[in-house]
Design a binder for this molecule. Structure first.
Ligand code: 5AD
Ligand code: FES
Length: 343
């Protein structure tokens, strides 16, 4: 059996196989990797691409992750919070554009208490009963996660960032821990969220061993979603001078994840679109099946800067839905007006 068929049928991978797939220059093998991953995605989701409306509602953050542009130590970040009414008006605009999932993403901002989060979630769910709400607001207690779920949140994104303890320490200050983060993810699954983990490709100090741990963690957690995108340096962080992750490695990893975990909801991320003008299209062709255009008000988009040169931050980007639809149709895929649940 060929290497790719073996990975696909066993839904597992050895470290040697991973290293081989990430380092080979055998173009015919790489073509087969991509084509097989796309065929697996087609077999589960067809040529439909799910869209999520991303609402970046606060860029205040109490954490200090070394890679992130909105870390608390970055005094040059221009901080903002959207009000509940502003968030609801993003949803209304999004609903009219055909979005049926809203992703509320923010820094870990204590001003947004559990009561406030619950209030906005339940207001969205009652205003738009046919829509799903995804939260992406970091590490919280089990009690908080349960409250958000009871208020109507369907899904939760919490990238694990790296499943390698030593690597985790190099990306985060002492006060954060990998074990706590993994526990949050297990709690989210147990409560019943469609749960997403994920990591950056090419983050500083990442090794083949840490990437292998990332894949093993995905196989163990069996997340409904996995977010991966290239690391991109931000000028006002300790990693300002580090090189970005590459398009090529991100695409290979998207394909490998699709083979290992065929049903996963896998976005072609904004970061991928930032390192290459056609990055998101290439992500879909490598096996991704979700895109998450920005629905935030244009006047704050330029402030939610996790990394430099982020796309879709100018006024000209007000219509990401139409842009995304055009882009996906251009490569033969259909953007659907659907919650886009895990199958
Ligand atoms: N480059 C790419 N992705 C980043 N993230 C944070 N900072 C960066 C960066 N500099 C990612 C993290 C986080 C998600 C919301 O954005 O993986 O979980
Ligand atoms: Fe935002 Fe293209 S998706 S401008």
């Amino acid at each position: 059996m060929s290497l790719i068929e073996e990975i696909r049928t066993r839904q597992n991978i050895t470290k040697d196989q991973l290293v081989h797939l990430l380092t080979t220059e055998d173009e015919s093998l790489l073509t087969r990797l991509k084509i097989t991953a796309r065929a697996v995605a087609d077999s589960v989701y067809g040529n439909q691409i799910f869209i999520r409306g991303l609402i970046e509602f606060t860029n205040y953050c109490k954490n200090d992750c070394y890679y992130c542009g909105i870390r608390r130590s970055n005094t040059r970040s221009d901080r903002y919070r959207l009000t509940e009414d502003q968030i609801l008006s993003c949803c209304q605009n999004g609903y009219e554009l055909g979005f049926r999932t809203f992703v509320l993403q923010g820094g870990e901002d204590p001003w947004y208490s559990d009561d406030k989060i619950c209030a906005v979630v339940s207001r969205i769910r009652s205003s738009y009963p046919d829509c799903a709400v995804t939260l992406s607001i970091g590490e919280k207690s089990e009690e908080s996660y349960q409250r958000f779920f009871d208020a109507g949140a369907d899904r939760y994104l919490l990238r694990h960032e790296t499943a390698d303890e030593t690597h985790y320490r190099k990306l985060h200050p002492e006060e954060m821990s990998l074990s706590h983060r993994k526990n949050c993810l297990r709690t989210l699954k147990r409560i019943g969220y469609q749960t997403g983990c994920g990591f950056m490709v090419g983050s500083p100090f990442q090794t083949m061993d840490s990437l292998y741990e990332d894949l093993m963690f995905i196989l163990e957690l069996q997340p409904e979603m996995t977010g991966i995108g290239p690391f991109i340096p931000h000028k006002d962080t300790p990693f300002a001078d580090r090189p970005a992750g590459t398009l090529d490695r991100t695409l290979r990893l998207l394909s490998i994840i699709r083979l290992l975990h065929p049903h996963v909801l896998l976005p072609a991320t904004t970061a991928l679109g930032t390192i290459h003008p056609l990055g998101r299209e290439m992500g879909i062709q490598a096996g991704a099946n979700v895109v998450m255009p920005n629905l935030s008000p244009t006047d704050v988009r330029g402030k939610y800067l996790l990394y430099d040169n982020k796309i879709c931050t100018g006024d000209e980007a007000a219509e990401c839905r139409c842009c995304m639809q055009r882009r996906m149709e251009g490569i033969g895929y259909e953007v659907v007006t659907d919650r886009g649940d895990f199958r």
